[in-house]
Design a protein around this ligand. Structure first.
Ligand code: BG6
Length: 449
């Protein structure tokens, strides 16, 4: 179980890891390097095999040459052209107690590929990993889930959201539920607002074709931002069983109501490669939500995400309410406390406090208490795909998204995507907020950690 242990537990059985669409970018940039690290750390066995599948014709040697791998691990890589005959090919390599099939393919081919895997003879022994996007609205997500479930049980399906595998995101639950000092104030009596940022400095780059059909709301809010919000606000699960964690996230997704949305688009977006000249796609989204439950009624949630902004940074901030009586600094009182989860580029948790400036006079100053990964731990932070691949092999669903969660998240966004004006903003800048001066000054925390 991920949340119980430090480090990663090895998969001791001989496994076969199939990458469908192995000549693509994801296999080269993320999957093969992640598997190579898992092998190096003995987290998968030396007799496990990694089989790339694709339409192109490669010999094993040609396939191996595509990656900068060496030695033993290189010998564990194989290639098979096409899905036909793939089951027999795997059997010809030996008996494997674990098989995972990672679909590194265009989402439009998920349903047909899964059917083909089933017809090829992959049955209960296989776990299937699918990358987002799962559908583009509630109806298509529901249809996709139904067609998957015709062949495989939900237990065999691992919908990845790589944000859940980020160390600092996993730490949200530990921070909240392994420490007793926060829980009492983690509610609308004490928290004035919850704010989530996922800023990117890059534009759409080579992914204009995909992104132009999605936009920031579908691409980031439906999955990464809502998942982070669930972890930040859910009630404690009764156990660390993935099912119990999932149920608490579902309760939040059910309670969410989107109140306001504004969209923006960076200058020059229409000139990006593979973007439609009459595109109505947003590269920036800002939203106000509420959570209609006992704990959070009355605490607004603000989220914003975008591309081509002034910096890359993902943060979750909770701003506390001010003291009811302004003992210091009357009449306005001292600045509210803030807790910031720094997810990236550097990981940490910062608590903003007010203290006394040293000196004879009573002068107050804002100060921080910071827990920074870089100061506290020597271990390298594992890359998200290492964790996701290992967990799919172990059959652990904690960091994956269930059919119900993904459908609920889409349901909440129905009618919101592609709605409203697109406000232009300059590349490299952050659009002015439509909510005015409510935002935590996240820039203050950038250099801490
Ligand atoms: C992906 C989105 O899910 O997340 C991309 O499709 C986005 O558009 C990426 O760039 C951001 O991930 P990270 O880990 O770089 O924050």
């Amino acid at each position: 179980m991920i949340f119980k242990k430090a480090g990663m537990t090895a998969v001791e059985e001989k496994s076969a890891i199939i990458i469908l669409g192995a000549s693509g970018d994801l296999a080269r940039r993320k999957l093969i390097p992640a598997l190579s690290v898992l092998r190096e750390q003995n987290l998968i066995t030396p007799d496990s095999i990694i089989v790339g599948e694709g339409r192109s014709e490669f010999t094993d040697e040609e396939f191996r040459d595509r990656f900068s791998t060496c030695c033993e691990f290189r010998e564990q890589l194989f290639y098979h052209q096409g899905i036909d005959g793939l089951r027999d090919y795997i059997s010809s390599k030996g008996e494997f107690s674990k098989i995972i099939a990672f679909l590194s393919l265009p989402p439009a081919s998920y349903a047909s590929t899964i059917k083909r895997l089933y017809n090829e003879g992959f049955r209960d022994e296989v776990n299937i990993v699918i990358e987002k996007p799962f559908g583009r609205d509630y109806e298509s997500a529901h249809e996709l889930n139904e067609s998957i479930h015709r062949f495989y049980s939900e237990k065999q399906i691992f919908r990845s959201d790589h944000y859940l595998a980020k160390e600092a995101v996993q730490n949200i639950l530990i921070f909240r539920f392994a420490n007793s000092i926060f829980e009492a104030s983690w509610n609308s009596n004490y928290i004035e607002s919850i704010q989530i940022n996922a800023f990117e400095s890059i534009g759409v780059e080579e992914r204009g074709g995909y992104f132009d059909h999605a936009g920031s709301i579908r691409d980031m809010v439906q999955n990464h931002l809502l998942q982070m919000l669930c972890l930040t606000t859910m009630d404690p699960p009764v156990s660390l069983d993935p099912e119990d964690i999932k149920n608490q996230k579902i309760n939040i997704l059910k309670a969410i109501e989107i109140e306001e949305v504004s969209r923006g688009r960076y200058s020059g977006y229409l000139d990006e490669k593979d973007v439609a000249p009459d595109s109505d796609t947003e590269t920036w989204a800002e939203m106000k939500l509420k959570i209609n439950n006992h704990r959070w009624a009355g605490t607004p949630v603000y989220i914003r995400t975008g591309k081509a902004l002034d910096r890359k940074g993902t943060e979750i901030g909770l701003r506390f309410k001010k003291r009811p009586h302004a003992l210091y600094n009357p009449p306005e009182g001292t600045a509210p406390n803030e807790i910031i989860f720094k997810v990236q580029p550097s990981e940490g948790i910062v608590l903003q406090l007010t203290g006394k400036n040293p000196g004879m006079d009573l002068q107050l100053a804002r100060t921080d208490m910071a827990f920074c990964y870089s100061n506290s731990f020597n271990e390298d932070i594992p890359e998200a795909y290492q964790k996701l691949l290992l967990d799919a092999l172990r059959g652990d669903h904690t960091l994956f998204v269930s059919a119900e969660e993904t459908e609920l998240a889409w349901k909440k966004l129905n009618g919101i995507t592609n709605r409203g004006e697109l406000t232009p903003y300059e590349k490299g800048s952050v659009p002015e907020s439509v909510f005015g001066d409510i935002w935590i000054n996240f820039e203050n925390y950038v250099d801490i950690c």
